[in-house]
Ligand binder design. Structure first.
Ligand SMILES: CC(=O)N[C@H]1[C@@H](OP(=O)(O)OP(=O)(O)OC[C@H]2O[C@@H](n3ccc(=O)[nH]c3=O)[C@H](O)[C@@H]2O)O[C@H](CO)[C@H](O)[C@@H]1O
Ligand SMILES: [Mn+2]
Length: 249
């Protein structure tokens, strides 16, 4: 592919972050195995796994270094999901000089098709597979003015998913800094945005336009039939029983 001919000689380092806290550790094996097959094949890829169960990280044979970071769990899944922004931000402070791009991905998902240089950009987001047919007023943005993630009814370009975003390390560093700060400032006032960090991400991407918007091919959901406009499902969330895997319902 032409883009690979341009990007491969640059000897880029691409990081992926993935959280596997509590029972979500069960998804990690398939995530890692399929990332090996489809995610930036031929590039220097470094995978950062954040977990409270480091001893349960599967020892798979992979050409990509997997680096494990211990993190605390929280009693609510909402906080586990939302605190990713803080923890990714701290990681990126360490990676600034060594890494070019980073993608922050949900673990309860598998790769099924190529995800590579065509996705690179400074600020990259993925259109959420669940809402792209809706009118803007039907996007599940945070609608309460008390939250820093607030979006007025006429605001918004797309509704982006929290399960996949990325870009160059400097841009994602700033995104995670603002989103985690806004989440924490809301928290101090007793407010939690409707879709936690996903709501803050959507507000951030309204204020700071992404340089690349990827189609829902880059985060589909297995329970949804593949719509005709989706030519290749590249990455997709697996079907899961929330009641069995989350610490709270
Ligand atoms: C497709 C997509 O965009 N999914 C988003 C969506 O629902 P999801 O239903 O996909 O959220 P989810 O249950 O997958 O949680 C998000 C992620 O947090 C981590 N996790 C969560 C719970 C837990 O007990 N342990 C654990 O490790 C794990 O990496 C998981 O993939 O809404 C969430 C809002 O908060 C996040 O924005 C998700 O990214
Ligand atoms: Mn998910």
């Amino acid at each position: 592919m032409l883009l690979d001919a341009i990007f491969e000689p640059k000897n880029l380092t691409i990081a992926a972050t993935v959280f596997a806290v509590g029972k979500y550790i069960q998804f990690l094996q398939d995530f890692l195995v399929t990332a090996e097959q489809f995610f930036f094949v031929g590039y220097n890829v470094q995978i950062y796994v954040f977990t409270d169960r480091p001893e349960e990280v599967p020892k798979i044979r992979t050409t990509r270094p997997v680096s494990v970071r211990s993190v605390p769990s929280f009693s609510r899944w909402q906080e586990i999901s939302a605190h990713r922004m803080d923890l990714i931000h701290s990681l990126l402070l360490d990676l600034q000089s060594s890494t070019n791009y980073v993608f922050c991905l949900d673990v309860d998902s598998k790769f099924h098709g190529r995800w590579s240089s065509e996705s690179l950009g400074d600020l990259v987001s993925v259109v959420h597979p669940g809402y792209y047919g809706n009118p803007r007023s039907g996007f599940p943005y945070e609608r309460r003015t008390q939250s820093r993630a607030y979006m007025a009814p006429s605001d918004g370009d797309f509704y982006y998913c929290g399960g996949a975003f990325g870009g160059s390390v400097g841009f994602v560093l700033e995104l995670t800094r603002i989103c985690s700060q806004n989440y924490r400032d809301d928290e101090k006032e007793g407010v939690e945005a409707t879709w936690q960090e996903e709501s803050h991400l959507n507000r951030y991407l309204w204020d700071n336009k992404p340089s690349k918007v990827l189609s829902p091919e880059y985060l589909w959901q297995d329970f949804k039939p593949r719509n005709p406009e989706i030519h290749i499902v590249r990455f997709s969330g697996v079907i899961k029983n929330y009641a069995l895997i989350r610490p709270n319902v």
